[in-house]
Ligand binder design. Structure first.
Ligand code: 6PG
Length: 236
């Protein structure tokens, strides 16, 4: 009987920036660099997008980038169960900021069909992801309670090897209650993971994270570790 080898502890690299603008600029450059590397090596770039408001200006910056968009495949780390054209859908926010303005083929923008409801959308998206073993880059945010994507404290995180790729969340503490989220295990199947964290409201979650509290963000455990881009003030 093989020994059960627990996951190694999450490796976090903390990148501190004096201003939000510097954080956003660095994140934009890291995304474009990851894309160049993936496309040069494998001909495609598979990126998972973060929801929420923090990444918006990064997405707006990408609108102006000179990139090989035809090689990009876009996925979403989570989605809110709202109508497809609802202004609070992560896909709608990203489309307005970026995707509507660049030539990524629509067949390569893989939306989570969250308008179908959490369970049906989770099943459908698991099929969408079946062909992708490793994402090239996963972008994530951090909630003030330590959540990431739609993985919330005390709720199913899917952080075991046998976890489903996609989780239906029916009772999220952050509106809307019905959401779909890639599991922690699936989000960890990535060559690179970047968290973007800004806003004083996140200070407690950052402090918990750095002192070893098992917040959901700490369950994202890719082989190469995670890079956390945050405002230096959050470490004070
Ligand atoms: C969502 C997001 C969520 C978000 C964090 C941070 O759908 O709400 O996926 O995980 O990234 O809540 O949100 P802000 O960037 O708006 O602070």
């Amino acid at each position: 009987m093989p020994l059960s080898i627990s996951n190694p502890p999450q490796q976090c690299r903390w990148h501190c920036f004096n201003t939000t603008a510097e954080l956003e600029q660095a994140a934009t450059q890291a995304i474009l660099q990851a894309a160049l590397q993936a496309i040069n090596l494998r001909g495609t770039f598979h990126i998972v997008l973060a929801g929420g408001t923090t990444p918006r200006r990064v997405y707006e910056s990408l609108r102006k980038a000179d990139a090989d968009w035809a090689a990009w495949h876009v996925y979403f780390g989570d989605e809110r169960c709202l109508p497809a054209d609802h202004v609070e859908r992560n896909s709608w926010i990203v489309a307005q900021a970026w995707l509507n303005h660049v030539a990524i083929p629509l067949t390569q923008i893989h939306l989570i069909p969250a308008e179908k409801g959490a369970q049906a959308a989770a099943s459908a998206y698991a099929h969408t992801l079946a062909g992708i073993e490793l994402f090239d880059l996963v972008l994530l945010g951090l909630g003030e309670d330590g959540h990431t994507a739609s993985l919330f404290p005390g709720h199913e995180l899917g952080n075991t090897a046998d976890a489903p790729a996609v989780i239906a969340e029916e009772n999220a503490p952050k509106y809307p209650p019905q959401r779909v989220s890639l599991s922690a295990h699936r989000l960890s199947a990535a060559r690179k993971v970047i968290f973007m964290v800004s806003g004083a409201i996140k200070q407690q979650a950052v402090g918990d994270w750095r002192t070893g509290v098992a917040i959901p963000a700490a369950a994202i455990n890719p082989a190469n570790g995670v890079d956390v881009y945050l405002e230096a003030a959050l470490l004070a």
